[in-house]
Design a binder for this molecule. Structure first.
Ligand code: 0A1
Ligand code: ZN
Length: 872
């Protein structure tokens, strides 16, 4: 064990956007030579360095955990170098030199999974954001673009496949059992896009011919045995390549596109040029082991990484403050792609649900930051829902303002203008402004100001005119006490109560703190449908009658708005119930209204089942908590469960009929069959709340007859959540069967951990404690750690246990995981950081755990930044 007790945590320096300076040296070419070994890989790097105009300083190369074995300049030993902290500083006489540096690394000891590391006997790299400096000394910043030549040599039996970016150039073998390969990437790229993979892998192959006739060889490399589960990822890749040509006019630019799936990976996937590296969970799928949700996630992530080839690689980021330049835009592109591949309305609802569950809390908590942050200590902490998902929403608003054709003219100009460059968010906005013909001066505040704007809407009517008054506030966030009004595009419709119709949607653009809009032609007060399609990422407050929400839930022709009306109806009811404001009469009235819209949705023959499934989802506990200044998680949980129970019993006959109807639909990946599977488990969820014995019986039958993972996981999730003693046998038997059936399949065993950690069962905390000692649990695999502990931290009832045991469990995890993998450990801080928004008793317990972490010696920069910000 590493003894860190003597290393106090010194605060890391704060890096500021305003301090950006262009690099003093460029590296137009780099040649890397790897002598591969799982425990001692030797790296020789030849850097052609060129001094920038007017620069006079020494060459400064970043390093992290490596030491230079030797330094040569222009081929001769060079002693004029020194270490300045972790930077290698070399005094160079001229303006152009070749610098050669040797380093040695131990990939097996690299539990951080950043840089070059070992995973199941294979070697692979992860260089974004600052992993390349763990391989060799280099100006490890995205505005230094180089042409890479890579040579690697190693034992042929251990590493039969040798891959890097770009094109294979040459390969050969020696009689001693070693072999070698050379790769060349013609496209200059920043170091974060470098990749190398060496291992015993098999490829699934296909081809794609681009619209200009380039034939591209596609390969997905996996471990032997997994190649039967790559078909969906390959289809997603081909669909993405075609879609990017058709929708954005972007063509692929190499003859080869390789994907490698690895089991140990900190994130979802990585867009390295020509050699994407993926977490296995976003590649491997077959009906028996992957849910419909997994299929969708694979499609989305494969597309996301592919789209980065243009939005990220061809046009990259000048510095890491510009991360949303590539991530926000690429998330928007993958969302648009998935919408085109499946149901656009359902996709939109899902994306908004993710935004509200993950980003809104970020925006209202201690870690709030603009989509283009101004300062950071550890950049890994800024791969956030704000930079990614809110970043996508901000660009989506540009599409709303410009319309699709003008937006496309903007992106064409952007790609044209900045191809081959390291660009800024400002460059992107300017290109859209110029290309689409928009004035985005005030709109730029979306890049500057953090916090979710709140819009208050008031609709009145007099004479023959309806008047809509909108006002906006942007809440204060850390470091930003005062905010300016935003540009907020709101797609709006006014419904005539009698006809149930509107006379056309309008785009209202709110730019002032308060503004009124007049609508002639209304002699009676219409019903307001606002922020349709979620055209702006804001929260809307409006005093609206329950009857109007019921009206919109039944009549709104915008699917998102219909969903929103139902959510509003339930959120209002639950918030009132939690705050103890509800009289018995009001409670009964609210419940009846919700039941009636549910009944209508269940009976509506015009709805497809996927959409029906969306409409029937209760608002999440986190989203309800967001509406309350200091939430009591246990009363939110109790009220939400009570609503679920009530809907379960009031509509019992409908749930039975729905479960029967959907059970009869055979498995396929068609939308109708997927919709049926979604509803099947939803019916069980409502029944489990009201009639656990009946739900357990149906869940057991669904589990036993399942021919696919969606049904099996859904049934197991329901069984795992039932606390009733008489159901315990069925629950335990199903869990045991699931584990035995999928022994050895890591991704499915992850599900087994998650289902139990996320269960509604009252003993979940005890179960998770036991699961941490299960032989299948390990702290060194990020997927496994997340499967157990992220599912737990996202389970409000278990995490917010009144005695603080859930908080202690997560704090203990952070402290144990941090020395192994600080990047993943830091991801567990935000749930504890929510303490200011929780009732005082729990808040004190959460804070105490953060203080305990803060006091620990030797914390990683990742955890220390998140914890100190969460305590401030
Ligand atoms: N650029 C990748 C995300 C990514 C970021 C960091 C990583 O290592 C810690 C890995 C991947 C994407 O957006 O897909
Ligand atoms: Zn990305």
């Amino acid at each position: 064990m590493n003894d860190l007790s003597s290393t106090p945590t010194v605060p890391a320096p704060v890096i500021k956007r305003a301090d950006y300076r262009p690099p003093e040296w460029q590296v137009p070419e780099i040649a890397l030579d790897f002598a591969l070994s799982l425990t001692a890989t030797r790296v020789r790097a030849d850097l052609k360095v060129v001094r920038s105009d007017a620069a006079s300083g020494p060459l400064r190369l970043d390093g992290d955990g490596i030491t230079p074995g030797s330094v040569l300049v222009d081929g001769a030993a060079h002693n004029d170098w020194r270490m300045d902290d972790s930077q290698l500083v070399i005094d160079l006489p001229g303006n152009r030199h070749t610098v050669t540096i040797e380093t040695e690394i131990d990939p097996t000891a690299n539990t951080q999974l950043s840089g070059l590391y070992a995973s199941n006997g294979m070697l692979c790299t992860q260089c974004e954001a600052e992993g390349f400096r763990r391989i060799t000394f280099f100006p490890d910043r995205p505005d230094v673009l180089s042409v890479y030549s890579v040579r690697m040599a190693g034992d042929k039996a251990a590493f039969p496949v040798l891959l890097s970016n770009g094109n294979p150039v040459a390969s050969g073998e020696h009689s001693d059992g070693t072999h070698w390969a050379e790769w060349h990437d013609p496209w200059p790229k920043p170091s974060y896009l470098f990749a190398l993979v060496a291992g015993d892998l098999v490829a699934s192959r296909d081809t794609f011919t681009t619209r200009s006739g380039r034939k591209v060889d596609l390969a997905i490399y996996v471990r032997a045995g997994d190649e039967t589960r790559t078909g969906h990822a390959m289809k997603a890749l081909i669909d993405s390549m075609r879609w990017d040509e058709e929708v954005y006019g972007r063509e692929y630019d190499l003859d080869l596109f390789n994907i490698v799936a690895v089991a140990d990976f900190n994130a979802g996937a990585m867009e390295n040029k020509g050699l994407n590296v993926f977490n296995t969970r976003y590649i491997l799928a077959d009906p028996e082991t992957a849910t419909d949700g997994d299929y969708d996630a694979i499609e989305g992530v494969v597309a996301h990484e592919y789209f980065h080839n243009w939005s990220g690689n061809r046009v990259t980021c000048r510095d890491w403050f510009q991360l949303s330049l590539k991530e926000g835009f690429t998330v928007l592109r993958d969302q648009q792609f998935s919408a085109d591949m499946g149901s656009a309305p359902v996709k939109r609802i899902e994306d908004v649900r993710i935004l509200r569950a993950a980003q809104f809390p970020e925006d209202s908590g201690p870690l709030a930051h603009p989509i283009r942050p101004d300062a950071y200590q550890e950049i890994s902490n800024f791969y956030t829902a704000t930079v990614y998902n809110k970043g996508a929403e901000v660009i989506r608003m540009m599409t709303v303002l410009a319309g699709p054709e003008r937006f496309r003219a903007g992106t064409d100009l952007y790609f044209d203008r900045h191809d081959g460059e390291a660009a800024t968010c400002e460059d992107f906005v300017k290109a859209i402004e110029d290309g689409a013909g928009l004035d985005l001066k005030q709109f730029r505040r979306w890049y500057e100001q953090a916090g979710t704007p709140r819009v208050t809407a008031t609709l009145t009517q007099a004479g023959d005119t309806a008047t809509l008054t909108l006002s906006q506030t942007v809440p204060a966030t850390p470091g930003q006490p005062d905010k300016q009004p935003m540009v907020i595009p709101l797609r709006t419709a006014l419904f005539d109560r009698d006809t149930g119709k509107h006379a056309g949607e309008q785009l209202l653009v709110l730019t002032e703190a308060e503004q009124s809009f007049a609508f002639p032609g209304f002699t009676a007060l219409p019903v307001l449908s606002i922020n349709r399609g979620f055209s702006a990422p804001v929260a809307i407050d409006m005093a609206v009658a329950t009857a109007d929400l019921v009206f919109l839930a039944a009549h709104d022709d915008d699917p998102f708005a219909r969903y929103e009306a139902m959510q509003q109806l339930m959120v209002r009811h639950l918030v009132a119930a939690v705050s103890g404001e509800l009289t018995e009469a009001a409670r009964a009235e609210g419940l009846a209204a919700i039941r009636d819209v549910y009944a209508a949705v269940l009976a509506d023959g015009a709805l497809d089942d996927l959409m029906r499934g969306e409409l029937l989802i209760l608002p999440g506990e986190g989203y309800i908590a967001e509406q309350i200044a200091q939430a009591d998680p246990s009363s939110i949980h109790a009220e939400r469960e009570a609503l679920k129970r009530w809907l379960g019993s009031e509509l019992a006959a409908q749930w039975h009929a729905l479960h029967d109807r959907c059970t009869a639909v055979p498995y396929s990946l068609e939308a109708a069959a997927r919709g049926a599977r979604k509803l099947k488990t939803q019916a069980l969820v409502y029944l489990a709340a009201s009639d656990p014995a009946e739900a357990a019986r149906r869940a057991k039958a669904q589990y036993d007859s399942a021919d696919n993972m969606t049904d099996r996981q859904g049934a197991l999730m329901v069984l795992a959540g039932i606390g009733a003693a008489e159901c315990d046998e069925a629950r335990c038997a199903a869990l045991a069967d699931f584990h035995a059936r999928f022994a050895g399949n890591a991704l499915v065993i992850d599900k087994w951990f998650s289902i139990q950690a996320g269960a509604l069962h009252p003993d979940t905390l005890k179960h998770v404690t036991a699961l941490a000692d299960h032989p299948d649990f390990t702290m060194t695999n990020p997927n496994r750690v997340r499967a157990l502990y992220m599912a737990f931290a996202a389970n409000p009832q278990a995490f917010h246990a009144a005695d603080g045991a859930g908080y202690r469990m997560i704090a203990d995890l952070i402290l144990r995981l941090d020395p192994i993998n600080g990047n993943v450990a830091a991801r567990f801080v935000p749930p504890l950081g929510r303490w200011r928004r929780i009732e005082p008793t729990r808040a004190a317990l959460m804070r105490a755990e953060l203080e305990r972490i803060a006091a620990a010696p030797g914390l990683s920069r990742d955890v220390s930044e998140q914890v100190s910000k969460s305590l401030n």
